[in-house]
Design a protein around this ligand. Structure first.
Ligand SMILES: [Zn+2]
Length: 251
């Protein structure tokens, strides 16, 4: 799949290598159970990304990266899963599978919020001060994007359902909520600390390092916190919420 994804431009060369290593690790140590959720995320998100590009390509200029994913993006979304599958292999415990799907639900909710939210031109607001922002801006939220987040989180919640050892309903609700929480954290970090650059040609504010063919200059945010770091932290937050809930209600 990594090779096919490279040829159909879902992944860059480095993204394909990272995907191959991560997928091999997850399948070898976690089997089908751990593979289905990440495949669900990968396949459906890649398809959504391609569909969105066809419908609304100009939003792409504001994103840090285009629909072709590189290794840092793969690790930002799947790295936590790679770590958890190894920990679970050494110290088997069902909680790690829940943390894994919660983290995936967060990054999937965030990805689908972006892909579906930019499907067509729609009013977008900064999540912190609710002022109108350009569609595709970091920390921007819209009704359509929120619908995408709900769908993305639910898709991952259902993808793990066959292997749950307690109430299916409780499992779906937990993972769904964790995914939404992670996605919310993603937007808040995107609107506050994530690095933004300013294009020296069109003066547009962007996550991208290159804009209008030239390097964009630092504008605001913490220099080291790019979109990949924010995505990774969003996944961690979703998983962390499950840890907190588990310590309260023990499932
Ligand atoms: Zn520009």
């Amino acid at each position: 799949m990594a090779v096919i994804s490279y040829f159909i431009k879902f992944l860059s060369k480095s993204g394909a290598v990272a995907t191959f290593i991560l997928a091999a690790l997850i399948f070898t140590l976690g089997g089908i159970k751990w593979s289905v959720p990440i495949l669900t995320f990968f396949i459906l998100s890649s398809l959504l990304s391609k569909l969105r590009k066809r419908k609304n390509a100009d939003v792409d200029t504001y994103f840090e990266k285009s629909g072709v994913r590189d290794h840092m993006q793969v690790l930002a979304n799947g790295g936590l899963g790679g770590v958890l599958v190894v920990i679970n292999w050494i110290y088997p415990d069902e909680i790690f599978f829940l943390l894994y799907t919660a983290g995936l639900a967060s990054v999937c909710a965030d990805t689908w919020a972006t892909e579906i939210g930019t499907w067509k031109k729609t009013a977008t607001y900064n999540i912190l001060n609710l002022k109108p922002v350009i569609q595709g801006a970091s920390g921007g939220v819209s009704w359509l994007g929120t619908g995408g987040a709900l769908a993305g989180s639910l898709a991952i919640a259902f993808s793990g359902i066959l292997w749950v050892e307690f109430s299916y309903i409780l499992y779906v609700i937990l993972i769904f909520l964790a995914g939404l929480a992670g996605c919310f954290v993603d937007s808040v970090l995107g609107a506050s600390v994530q690095r933004q650059n300013k294009c020296s040609i069109c003066a547009g504010i962007t996550e991208r390092r290159i804009h209008c063919g030239l390097p964009a200059e630092y504008y605001k945010g913490i220099k080291l916190i790019n979109n990949d770091v924010v995505n990774f932290l969003a996944g961690m937050s979703g998983a962390f919420l499950i840890l907190i809930l588990n310590s309260i209600i023990k499932f």
